[in-house]
Design a protein. Sequence first.
Length: 332
Amino acid sequence: MKNTINIGNDKEHKNTDEKIKGIIKNTSEIISIEELKELLKKDEMGIGYKRAYIGFEPSGKIHLGHFLQIRKMIDLQNAGFDITILLADLHAYLNQKGSMKEIHQLAEHNKEIFKAMGLKAEYVYGSDFQLEKEYTLDLYRIALKTTLKRARRSMEVIAREEKNPKVAEVIYPLMQVNDIKHLKVDVAVGGMEQRKIHMLARELLPTIGWKPPICIHNPVLTGLDGEGKMSSSKGNFIAIDDDPDAIKSKIKKAYCPIGIVEGNPIFEIAKYYLEYPLIIKRPEKFGGDITLKNCEELEKLYLEKKIHPMDLKKTVSDGIISVLSPIREKIK
């Protein structure tokens, strides 16, 4: 879904429009931009506060897919939002990601990585509020308004088990809906796999005394093997703490079909992480270096097969090592 912005001419709205430009960059969709504009206008008039959140299950390595989400939270922070990061320990437990002790140990490590990425946020464990009486009562209210079919459908992309699902699979999305109210959230952020749960939240939360959240959905990065999303459980990822040799090796082996950008993980990394103008370095016998003004120019030339996958891989490898090195130094 393509996002469009109507830029206002009056000076009063200029700041709002500039903030929206920053927020909308590299998103798949925002539901809705008009609601977001209204929220930002209220903030400019000094009416209330604005809070955005995203939840992460502490499970496995933090990788480029997570970094894309954190970058969006930084964009929102730069637009004046208070940021909450939900360390979703109970969600991870329901999704069979380990014991609570293991999950908490990993959550603390994840928190340090998010801080090293440059995010300033309030970090909240789900178990800090999801066991309270009022939360539980609201969860029951939501359960009464949701069918089993709807709850299961909202978890199709997220759940671990497909053939023999646990009851936890339908509790999980209802908790996620409830989190938005109890964290007092205006904006919910996630990958496109979160869309069905967020739509459920927009429908149900007004029935239990909370406004429908504005929803920002980011792209889901393709795994290095080209098969589905980047995931630590599949081993098809670049971790934030990977050293340069590991990054070079992973990218060298990665799926990168010539002349194709859709589902091409190397092109996606170039699109979302590298800075432009971008120089593709090549030997003179292969045409010499190419300077690209923007990602659109990279896409055009790659589709025309004027850039070889090996040249793109080398450029992406050098670029992502440069991006991740400062973060890795902070978490040693």
